[in-house]
Structure formats: structure tokens, C-alpha cells
Design a protein around this ligand. Structure first.
Ligand SMILES: CC(C)(COP(=O)(O)OP(=O)(O)OC[C@H]1O[C@@H](n2cnc3c(N)ncnc32)[C@H](O)[C@@H]1OP(=O)(O)O)[C@@H](O)C(=O)NCCC(=O)NCCS
Length: 183
């Protein structure tokens, strides 16, 4: 049996925070992303329902985190203006020992499924197109979204979920993004 078949993905709990931080430090090889996520947890926009953990036999070995964004300065997840339903995949990470065994794909697909169930129109990510395109991500410019910050535009990617989606300049609402550098 494949190890990924044993991974249980669930919504993050408060008690998972230090295990998630460990996964982030291990996966990225530095603590900047874990520190940024810790800061984001103190944001009023943060809810634990944005975070996902991959639990392998009672050990947290993978994580994914969704994050709110603004489009043209307006908050993009807005029930009053349902056309503007865009969120970011803030980061996805797998502890080093467990990388390249399909676990990243499992947590990522769970985050994407949640985005679909929430009725989002688009999910954006800053990441390596070689990794993310297999999940349907394409250059964000193709769907009319541009990053409102300084990155290589080729790494700003979007997963179109609905046909009629918001376009404009995307900025992150929590201090996470951009630290999660491309895979
Ligand atoms: C990116 C990451 C989440 C992928 O998770 P994973 O469980 O290792 O990936 P999967 O097993 O689902 O997929 C493996 C495939 O993805 C691709 N892949 C994995 N890591 C990659 C990388 N760094 N660059 C490009 N492609 C990569 C490869 O094609 C690999 O297939 P291969 O082993 O046959 O070559 C994980 O490597 C990680 O935590 N990296 C550090 C953190 C990071 O960069 N996160 C992404 C930016 S937010």
C-alpha cells in the first residue's frame, strides 16, 4: 500500500500549531514561513478552518493553509458581493523525510476541494509552475489576475474554479505570503 493512502487530512486544531510549525521549519529549511504563519494566527482574519494538516499515524507530517486576499483593494471573500470569491493557498509543506511520496498532493487536493465547496471562483498561489500545474494551476495572468507585490510573475498562479471570476490586482490580507517561496 502507498504511504499516501494512510494520510488523514483534517482541519487544523489549536493543538496542532507547534507540529505545523515544525513541518514548516523542516520543509523550508528556515523558520521564516513558520514565523509568518504564527503572526498570521494572531490576525483577526485567521480562522483554523483555513488550515489543513496531514496526519500519518498520529504524526503531523504535512500541512496546507488557505488565506484571504484582496482584489483591487477589496476583500475578495465577501458574501455580499459573491462574484469576488478568491483566496490564496498560502503555503503547502511536507516534512522532508516524507517528501516525494504523494503526501503534498493529498493535502493540496483537500485544500482545493475545500475551495470548491466554499464556492470560490479562483484559488491563487505563489509557487513553482512545474509542481502546481498538475493540479490545474496556470499563470494567473491568463485569468486576469496580477500580483500586487514584487515577485517573478511566472510564479504567480491561479486555479480557475468558476468561469466568471473576479480579475484585478491581488494582495494578501495576512502577513504570510511571499515568504512561502516557490517549491
Ligand atoms: C512542494 C511540496 C509540498 C511537495 O510535496 P511532496 O509530498 O514532496 O510532493 P508529491 O509527492 O505530492 O509530488 C512529488 C512530485 O512533485 C514534484 N516536486 C516535488 N517537489 C518539487 C520541487 N521542489 N520542485 C519541483 N517539483 C517538485 C516532482 O515532480 C515530484 O515527482 P518526482 O518525485 O517523481 O520527481 C514539498 O516538496 C515541500 O514541502 N517543499 C518545501 C516547501 C515548499 O516549497 N512549498 C511550496 C511553496 S508554498
Amino acid at each position: 500500500m502507498h504511504i499516501a493512502d494512510d494520510l488523514i487530512v483534517r482541519v487544523e486544531r489549536d493543538t496542532d500549531h507547534s507540529a505545523v510549525d515544525n513541518v514548516l521549519r523542516d520543509a523550508f529549511g528556515h523558520r521564516d514561513v513558520a514565523d509568518a504563519v504564527q503572526t498570521a494566527r494572531r490576525s483577526e482574519l485567521y480562522t483554523s478552518s483555513l488550515g489543513f494538516v496531514g496526519d500519518l499515524c498520529d504524526e503531523i507530517v504535512a500541512m496546507a493553509l488557505l488565506a484571504p486576499v484582496t482584489v483591487d483593494g477589496l476583500r475578495a471573500v465577501d458574501t455580499v458581493h459573491p462574484g469576488a470569491n478568491i483566496m490564496a493557498l498560502a503555503t503547502v509543506a511536507v516534512a522532508k523525510t516524507y517528501q516525494r511520496k504523494g503526501l503534498g498532493a493529498v493535502v493540496l487536493k483537500a485544500a482545493i476541494r475545500t475551495a470548491q465547496l466554499r464556492g470560490l471562483s479562483t484559488l491563487v498561489v505563489v509557487g513553482d509552475p512545474r509542481y502546481f500545474r498538475r493540479f490545474g494551476f496556470e499563470p494567473a495572468s491568463k485569468v486576469g489576475l496580477t500580483p500586487g507585490f514584487d515577485i517573478d510573475p511566472d510564479t504567480f498562479l491561479a486555479l480557475p474554479i468558476k468561469e466568471l471570476a473576479e480579475t484585478g490586482v491581488v494582495a494578501y490580507s495576512m502577513p504570510i505570503m511571499r515568504l512561502a517561496t516557490p517549491a
